[in-house]
Design a protein around this ligand. Structure first.
Ligand SMILES: [Cu+2]
Length: 123
């Protein structure tokens, strides 16, 4: 094998390894995004597009529900009963959490946009 041939082989090998690495990295990047986007944990609610997503959740008693504002405008979370007062205004990326200890159905709204509605059902 001449030096030229070895160099050629090395180049091919390096390119092949880079290609494999790129595929492996691509798969790794897609995996968490796909699972994180669709599932998420039971007590997580996103605020997106002037909606609570998901709007209705069911959690066992003692679950801490956390709302995350994914909108660029401010929203709040306000229990429709007297469970908790209106949250502070949540800017983009900010969160509000409340622990639901008692079983029941607890509707809530956004205090700024009362047409935004959601329900937490505690079992
Ligand atoms: Cu709102």
């Amino acid at each position: 094998m001449s030096t030229k041939a070895i160099n050629g082989w090395l180049r091919t090998a390096v390119v092949a390894m880079l290609a494999i690495g790129a595929v492996a990295c691509g798969g790794g990047a897609e995996g968490p995004a796909a699972t994180g986007g669709s599932s998420g944990d039971a007590g997580a609610v996103s605020i997106a597009g002037f909606k609570f997503v998901p709007s209705d959740i069911e959690v066992p008693a003692g679950t801490e529900v956390t709302w995350t504002n994914d909108d660029t405008v401010a929203h709040t979370v306000q229990d429709s009963g007297k469970l908790f007062p209106e949250s502070p205004e949540l800017a983009n990326g900010e969160t509000f959490s409340f622990v639901y200890d008692e079983p029941g159905t607890f509707p809530y709204i956004c205090g700024i946009h009362p047409y935004m509605k959601g329900t937490v059902t505690v079992s």
